[in-house]
Write a protein that binds this ligand. Structure first.
Ligand code: PR8
Length: 486
């Protein structure tokens, strides 16, 4: 492994600095060679080989789930101005954020072309050509592309970028409102499965009307919590009703020969997923990756003394090959001629889930020392017939234990309050998510947001019998969450 990308004089990531999350996050992205932020356009970064592998593994997990009942396709990056501007509410929501292509060489274009901020207005004119009869529906598509948003808020690597490089957007078309509603529920299940594979905890809320996706009837969002106590929106599912169908004239013929507008949904996740994996699982030793996404699930480090070098290396190679071929695991044998301690440090910082240490004594006793990155613990296991199964068992336990640990910490940071003062006190003492009762009125919600100076995430549950609204004192019907957000 060559460290090509590091800036000289980098500081050691290890330290007691986890509270300074932002600093930690930037350092780990650099030191673990995930992305290089020095690309000379604000909000646009370079994926380095290690980061690219994590990215690929994460994309594969989602692709596998979506491929069960969606079809992958690929639309052009550019959207003609007149299509982008057809849907008034949608364009209003994105007008500040669109990058425009205005010239082809020296020639000014007759029609400006937008770099997609998302692809509704690229796809839906085509959907209007594709959808004909009720027999064509439902249709479920997705694409994984880069999208561009000229974010005016402070940009942050992977969290708020101007080029989203892994925009995983799904778009579905249905003949009935009920079918679209069911698809929203299915999309929530898809993202739950996806986040569970990555061990990322989340809350699911229905965004307040003033925070929904431009053009949607309603938006349901997933939020996780980063170590600084701020929530990060990591996925959204939008019920688009017939808004876009009417704008782009997407109709189908019913069995009775009538022409009806379709119902649509769309849902998406971004580079923030990778930010969450880094932020949620990392610790003061650096990155800590779930085996499901780690580029190397196992690294084998030979403990070499000069006279035994050849024998140890040979033994390690014999250990590596079946783990790769029979076990189908991502294994790396680190045979570099440097101190074992330096290798340990590097692989711990890079978050490799399992390290196998093999020295002459282990060979003699047919043992291997196994180090778990998540618990920072060592155990010795025998190299016998069931060795590969034993290793796979440990990797599965790591996925599960990391997920459980993340959820425990997440749940500890959700607090219930009964009054606005309690909310304020709680926000001043601990950072995290606050659960409260709300009447659901927009004016009251906005007033509350101003008083506590954080955002309402959304409604978690509707319940007629929860008591009174903490802000206006009227009857409350919504269990609602608020938090300081990214
Ligand atoms: C849609 N259309 O676009 P959405 N940097 C990183 N991640 C971001 C950024 C950014 N600047 N902006 C948004 N996200 C719909 C659904 C097709 C797919 C992430 O929805 O605008 C957020 O996690 O809500 C957001 O939930 C997701 O992209 C989808 O974006």
């Amino acid at each position: 492994m060559k460290c090509l990308y590091l800036t000289p004089n980098r500081q050691n990531i290890t330290g007691e600095n986890m509270s300074e999350f932002s600093e930690w996050f930037h350092k780990i992205l650099e030191e673990a060679e995930i992305i290089d932020v020095r690309y000379p356009i604000k909000g646009m970064h370079v994926w380095l080989p290690q980061g690219f592998k994590i990215r690929k593994n994460i994309l594969n997990i989602l692709r596998k789930i979506l491929d069960e009942d969606h079809e992958e396709l690929l639309f052009p990056l550019l959207i003609p101005e007149d299509e982008l501007e057809k849907e008034a509410i949608h364009v209003k929501g994105f007008e500040d954020e669109v990058y425009w292509v205005t010239h082809g060489g020296l020639t000014e274009l007759n029609k400006k072309l937008a770099l997609r901020p998302t692809s509704e207005t690229a796809m839906y004119p085509m959907f209007s050509l594709w959808v004909r009869s009720h027999g064509d529906l439902p249709l479920r598509f997705y694409q994984i592309v880069n999208t561009f948003r000229y974010e005016t808020k402070h940009t942050r690597p992977l969290i708020r970028v101007r080029e989203i490089t892994t925009f995983k957007e799904a778009h579905t078309i249905h003949s009935t409102k009920e079918d679209a509603e069911k698809q929203v529920q299915k999309a929530l299940e898809i993202y739950k499965r996806f986040f569970d594979k990555l061990g990322i905890p989340y809350v699911i809320t229905r965004r307040p009307p003033w925070d929904k996706f431009p053009g949607a009837e309603y938006t349901i969002a997933f939020d996780t919590l980063l170590p600084d106590g701020k929530t990060l929106q990591i996925g959204t599912v939008h019920n688009l009703g017939q808004t876009f169908a009417k704008t782009f004239d997407i109709t189908y013929e019913t069995p009775e020969g009538e022409h009806e507008y379709v119902y649509q949904t769309c849902y998406g996740v971004s580079d923030r997923i990778i930010a969450s994996v880094v932020g949620v699982h990392g610790d003061k030793s650096g990155l800590c990756l779930p085996p499901n996404v780690a580029p190397h699930q196992i690294v084998i480090v030979p403990i070499i003394f000069k006279e035994d070098a050849e024998e140890v290396l040979e033994f390690c190679q014999e250990l590596t090959d079946p783990l790769k071929t029979d076990g189908n695991l991502r294994v790396h044998l680190d045979s570099r001629d440097i101190r074992a301690g330096k290798k340990f440090y590097e692989w711990e910082m890079r978050g490799v889930p399992l390290r196998l240490e093999v020295g002459p004594r282990d060979i003699k006793h047919k043992n291997v020392v196994v180090f778990r990155r998540d618990k920072l613990e060592k155990e010795t296991i025998a190299i016998e017939k069931k060795f590969i199964d034993a290793i796979k068992f440990i990797l599965d336990s790591i996925n599960q234990d990391m997920k459980d640990k993340a959820w425990e910490s997440f749940n500890r940071n959700i607090k219930s309050v009964e009054t606005v003062d309690e909310a304020l006190e709680s926000l001043s003492k601990h950072r995290g998510i606050i659960s409260f009762n709300w009447c659901g009125e927009e004016s009251c919600g906005k007033d509350l947001e101003e008083k506590v100076r954080v955002d309402i995430l959304g409604i978690q549950k509707e319940d007629e019998n929860i008591g009174v609204c903490i802000n206006c004192g009227h009857k409350a019907t919504f269990k609602t969450l608020l938090a300081k957000t990214y």
